[in-house]
Design a protein around this ligand. Structure first.
Ligand SMILES: [Zn+2]
Length: 117
């Protein structure tokens, strides 16, 4: 019994899977994901670097996972400053570190869990 293969005949659109999802890159771990789930950090026109909870603030923005480890890398290795092309002032850095400290330590799925021996 041959299987009827409908090749090319189906020009139907498949609803439910929107292609138009903007991808962002975390400046800490470099992983990409949809915008949702990332925290935006913005360099304001005044030169401050602050967390932008609304995601709509004016200025150059960078994205980070809501994971403290990514923030640590981004801050300590200067990746955030590099991405924003800004110098992060000590007080701004302190505020960002404080924000990171309040995040739940939720690791991305990139690292396999170390179970067993
Ligand atoms: Zn990350």
């Amino acid at each position: 019994m041959p299987t009827p293969s409908k090749a090319g005949a189906g020009a139907k659109r498949q609803p439910g899977r929107p292609r138009h999802v903007p991808q962002r890159t975390c400046v800490g771990c470099r992983s990409t994901a949809a915008k949702r789930g990332f925290v935006r950090v913005v360099r304001t026109p005044e030169g401050q670097v602050v967390v932008d909870p609304t995601g709509k603030a004016n200025g150059r923005g960078a994205y980070l996972c809501a994971s403290p480890s990514c923030w640590e890398v981004a801050l300590k290795r200067g990746r955030l400053a590099q991405s924003l092309r800004a110098t992060i002032a000590e007080e701004d850095r302190g505020a960002l570190a404080q924000y990171a400290a309040g995040l739940a330590p939720d690791e991305p799925a990139a690292d396999p869990p170390a179970t067993g021996v």
